[in-house]
Design a binder for this molecule. Structure first.
Ligand code: ADP
Length: 270
């Protein structure tokens, strides 16, 4: 790479420069290229539903004397509008998470509350597919974090588990403390992720298969958001998956200091 040189000062400015830092300038260029790609991707992603909406509106005009067709196209318009709304919401989430905005103050957050919130937000979609969401693991765990971000991350994992699982299956959400972290796992018995895609699913706009993603109204941003939340909290996210068997996503967030042993032991769960 191309190296740049920067002088770094110590805590006492009067002491003068104390370190020469070699900086990789190609890294800055790469970041710039990623940003350009991102804007191009966003444009492309917005074009699809907007184009569909305008075609459907035209079709409705042409079919004005056929109420059945009008109804059918209107349903598809609602679907496209929902998809557009989700895309915009996720773009805003993502830009908040990765934009220069300082992270809101980290405060103690109850993991049980985060999980309950996420289950609440996905239970409608789950029950539409007769999927049971089962919670378990250790109760009473506390992490240091930003509650709405953590709830968004777990919601995205749960929403994916629902989207990529067949009807009448089960999803398990569970938490446990391990080596200074809380591990929140979301396990489904869904379609799984092919080996070659596993390392890439956390990239923005990455989808395993365009056709299955568009059927579920996916945007390819959900897991990128989860990854940003994990990183913002000094944690991580990983996936285990087997095609045809299902997937387990594990979100690791540092335990709040002094919270290694929960004040009140939670229910054992199943
Ligand atoms: P999307 O909005 O398309 O779901 P995500 O970033 O949330 O985008 O996920 C990226 C891709 O990873 C998805 O398109 C999907 O193919 C795959 N994926 C995510 N979660 C699961 C899961 N629980 N089971 C199977 N595939 C999944």
């Amino acid at each position: 790479g191309v190296l740049g040189v920067r002088l770094e000062r110590g805590s006492d400015p009067a002491a003068g420069p104390v370190a020469l830092v070699l900086q990789d300038v190609t890294e800055a260029r790469r970041v710039e290229a990623v940003r350009r790609d991102f804007v191009a991707n966003v444009g492309h992603e917005l074009k699809t539903p907007v184009g569909a909406l305008s075609l459907l509106a035209e079709a409705i005009e042409d079919a004005a004397d056929d109420p059945e067709t009008v109804r059918r196209f209107a349903t598809r318009m609602t679907h496209e509008a929902d998809r557009l709304a989700r895309l915009v919401r996720e773009l805003i989430d993502l830009s908040r998470l990765q934009g220069g905005e300082p992270l809101p103050e980290l405060v103690p957050v109850e993991v049980d509350t985060v999980i309950a919130e996420a289950v609440d937000r996905t239970k409608l979609a789950a029950s539409a597919k007769q999927i049971a969401i089962v919670t378990g693991g250790e109760g009473g765990l506390v992490v240091r974090g930003v509650e709405y971000q953590l709830a968004t991350a777990v919601t995205n994992l749960l929403a994916n588990a629902v989207a990529y699982s067949p009807e009448h299956t089960r999803i398990a959400v569970s938490a446990r403390a391990r080596a200074g972290f809380v591990e929140i796992t979301v396990t489904d018995n869904g379609i799984g992720i092919p080996r070659e895609d596993r390392s890439r699913v956390f990239e923005r706009f990455y989808r395993v298969d365009q056709s299955r993603a568009s059927r579920t109204g996916g945007t390819g941003l959900g897991l990128a958001i989860v990854k940003h939340v994990a990183t913002n909290h000094g944690g991580s996210v990983s996936v285990w998956s087997e095609e045809g068997l299902g997937s387990t996503f594990t979100l690791r967030i540092p335990l709040a200091a002094g919270a290694d042993t929960p004040a009140t032991p939670g229910p054992a769960g199943d």
